[in-house]
Every structure is written in C-alpha cells, then in structure tokens.
Ligand binder design. Structure first.
Ligand SMILES: [Zn+2]
Length: 480
C-alpha cells in the first residue's frame, strides 16, 4: 500500500477511536434515557473562606442522596450537629436554566449568578460526570482533543475556565481538571480524581472522588455508594415564584484620594468599599492595604504618587491576609516595594508572589520582580529620624485573624486598622463585640495613646462608622 495512504488511514482510525472515547465514556456513565441514576453520597467538604489563618478551612461532612440524568441533578443532604442536637438540611438542584441552592440553615434557595449556573455543569463532577459528559457532547465543535499514550483528553472552555476530561483506555474517567484565573492567586487548578469504579448493570460508578483545589492546598473527598436506577421522576425541588438568575455586572471603578495632613493621605476605593492609607516620610512612602487584585494595586500606586509626588514607595504593609487588605500586593512587588509582613505569612505571600498569572497576566507576570520582605513578629517601627509609625501585631486579640496587625501614628494619636470596630452611624450604642473589645484591650496593654481610630473596611455598606473616636469605642466597651 502506498505509504501516504496508509498514514492517512491510520490517522483517520486514530481520530475516530479518540473521538469515540468521549462518546464511549458517556455511554459508560450515563443512565438510560428513561431512568435517573440515584446514589448515596458522603462528603468531606473543606470550605475555603475568610478564615483565621491562610488555607484554614471550614469543614463539613454532610451525607445524603443524589439523582442524576443528562440535564438534571438533585442532591439532598444533611448534617447532624451533635453540639446543637439538631439536623440541618440542604438541597442543590440543577437544570441548564436553573440552579437552586438551599444551603444548610436556610429555608429557601439563595440568589445565584449566571456564572454559578454555567459552572455547575463541572462543579457537579464531584458527584458524577454525567452532566459534564452530556454538555461536552453538545459542544463538540469547541472541543480540543489530544491522544496520549494511555489517555485521551478533551478540553473545553466554559466561561473563563479551561475544563479537561482525562479518559483512559477502558473509556473510564481518570480525572477532570478545571483551570481558571483566580483574582488574587492567578492560575489555579481544581481537580477531580475518580477511582474505585464499580458497575450497576452496564453503568460505571466512581465510588471514590478526590477533589483538590487551589493547586493542591485544599483536599476534599466524596464517597459514592448504593447506586440504583429509578424510573419515576425524582423528588424535584419547587421553583420559587420570584426565581431569577442574577446577571453579572462589572464594578464601576471609583477612587478618591485626600490628604489628611503632611504625612498621611487616604485613598478611598469606593468600588471595594475600602480605604488605603499612604504615609509620606522624608524621602519615601509607605502604603497600607490594597484590596482584592493587582488592578487595584496598580491604581493605588498611581494615587499614592499623586498624593505625595516624587517619592518612591519603599514599603507595602497589610493588616491581615484577607483579600480586601492583601489582594493588590503583587503590584507593589512589581513596583519594587519591600513587603512588611507578619512572619507567619511568609509562605502564603510567597505563593501569591510566585504563582503564575498566565491566564490573566498582571504587571508582575509580564515583568517578574523578586519578592522583597521585612518580617515582623510583634512590633515594627518605621522612621526617617523625625516622623515615626509603628506596626503592632495584635494577633488573636482581634477575634478575627491570628495575623492581625494595626498601624499606630504617635504624632497624630491615630490608629489605622482593618475591620475591628462595628459601631452604627446612627441609633443606640451597642455593647462592644469581641473584636472591638480585643482591639481596645490591645491598645491599653501596649500603652498606645490613641484618639482616633480609622478603619479600612467597610466605608459605606453596613451603615457603620469608619472613623471612630476613643470615647465612642470606650462607650461600647463600658456597656455590660
Ligand atoms: Zn478580615
């Protein structure tokens, strides 16, 4: 046979069999069209949120029951709280046009964004690949297929996400990965690894699904058991009358700066409801707090130079590791500033500085610079010989984060802090909460002569004061 013709036939065969891998995988996992797959789930979920330390998670271990077909998913699960001697219930229901999530402790579905709806097709892979496989078959024209020695991969863009299914020679899924640009961490991968497949008749069931998020920093697991096919409609959740998907809207960027005196300037990041502080020393600047992402960081750098022209930013400092305070740090690294950081956060800071941002490049990705740090454990002073500021690590006194630091300006008797004082703009004065009390005690223990507290967040929402006198704080502390 002619060599070229042979090669052509081989390629066609290869493509056909590889193309088949997706259809074959779908056939292995999907329930027959007249039935719904039902199975029991036991979840070890680790929720990453604004916790007291970087990478600390809220742990939940619900168990329940799932129903899945090509375009329908329902999970009903519950948690038993030994402490409260109560059972909490939750439900998640997906169809291509609706996502109803009633979380534990709620009695009706929460508002869902368009993005959450679109992404549930792969988020559901922590229980079953059926929705995703069906979705892939409907979007064949957008798939990129690659044949490897032991696997065939299919990659599909879904919104900002790059989703890849890894199918092995038995047409079973080894894993599914989701790559996406995280606003703070950059290129992030979430992976679902399937193992311990069993069968229900012809249907393959992955019994053990391991989930790793944030490039392996967080590990979760779902165990599947007792699969069965049902031929009656699953017990669907009622759709609330006023149900609507919330369309995404871009934040309107609004930044306003003001000079407080010759040394201190404030930048109000209205779109993030937060305040940045700029301090001018003889021949350098210090900036404190930059919210959420590098774009805000870059904008703040420009504003800082407008407030106090002609001086380089020598230091960037942040009150604690939550995104509203540390989020813009990469722009300061790019700008050449030294990052003043709590000793315990070095690894977290190194991850933020070093993790690639190729999917949505920022200034540091485009022009890499080394991370320069000066670490502190309890207190740090910055001075030019005349003007001085102090950083005090009050830690768990904050009742909020172990790395909580506050910034003290002796000359102004001013203390700048993240989010510890919750005093309403109007109305009766309420008893100090644990954060307020902790801050007040820390100020007294450290002998700081404070007249005014200036808070970074929130500025406009929640109807709270963000500039508070010592007298006002004391009043809340004295209420028994
Ligand atoms: Zn916080």
């Amino acid at each position: 046979m002619h060599y070229r013709l042979l090669l052509f036939i081989c390629l066609v065969t290869l493509q056909a069999s590889a193309k088949d891998a997706l259809t074959q995988a779908y056939k292995r996992y999907a329930a027959p069209s007249n039935a719904t797959l039902q199975f029991a789930v036991q979840d070890s979920s680790r929720l990453f949120a604004h916790t007291a330390r970087p990478w600390l998670t809220y742990n939940r271990n619900p168990s329940g029951i799932c129903y899945v077909s090509d375009t329908f998913f329902l999970k009903k699960d519950s948690i038993i709280s030994q402490k409260q001697n109560m059972v909490f219930h939750a439900a998640t229901q997906y169809t291509p046009s609706q996502l109803l999530i009633t979380d534990f402790g709620y009695d009706k579905p929460q508002t869902i964004s368009r993005r959450e709806l679109d992404e549930y097709v792969f988020q559901s892979a922590r229980y079953s690949p059926i929705l995703l496989l069906h979705y892939y078959l409907q979007h064949k024209d957008k798939l990129t297929m690659k044949k490897h020695r032991k696997q065939t991969t299919y990659t599909l863009p879904i919104g900002e996400n790059r989703v890849t299914i890894f199918i092995n020679a038995e047409n079973l899924i080894d894993s599914i990965t989701v790559q996406y640009p995280h606003y703070l961490f950059g290129d992030i991968t979430r992976a679902f690894t399937y193992s311990s497949h069993t069968t229900l008749g012809e249907i393959a069931i992955p019994n053990d699904i391991r989930i790793t998020s944030f490039n392996g920093h967080i590990s979760e697991r779902t165990l599947i058991s007792a699969p069965t096919l049902i031929h009656t409609p699953p017990p669907a959740q009622p759709v609330p009358a006023a149900y609507a998907i919330q369309e995404e809207k871009e934040d309107t960027i609004q930044v306003q700066s003001e000079r407080y005196n010759d040394h201190i300037g404030f930048i109000h990041n209205k779109h993030t409801d937060s305040r940045t502080l700029v301090v001018s020393f003889k021949d350098f600047l210090v900036v404190m707090e930059a919210p959420l992402n590098s774009e805000n960081g870059t904008r703040i750098i420009a504003e800082a130079h407008k407030l106090f022209p002609g001086k380089p930013i020598r230091y960037f400092a942040y009150s604690h590791h939550h995104p509203h305070y540390l989020g813009g740090v990469r722009s300061f690294i790019h700008n050449g500033a030294t990052i003043l950081s709590q000793d315990s956060n070095l690894h977290y800071l190194q991850f933020i500085a070093g993790n690639p941002h190729t999917m949505k490049p920022d200034s540091l990705q485009l022009q890499p610079k080394p991370l320069k740090t000066e670490l502190y454990t309890d207190k740090k002073e910055i001075t030019d010989g005349e003007y001085t500021m102090q950083i005090h690590l009050i830690g768990n006194k904050s009742s909020h984060a172990y790395d909580f630091a506050v910034f003290y300006f002796p000359e102004e008797k001013l203390l700048f802090e993240g989010e510890l004082i919750w005093i309403k703009k109007e109305g009766e004065i309420a008893k100090a909460n644990a954060r307020q009390l902790g801050l007040y005690e820390a100020v007294k223990e450290r002998g700081l002569d404070v007249k005014t507290f200036v808070q970074s967040w929130p500025l406009y929402n929640y109807n709270l004061k963000s500039i508070i006198s010592l007298k006002e704080l004391e009043e809340t502390v004295q209420i028994k």
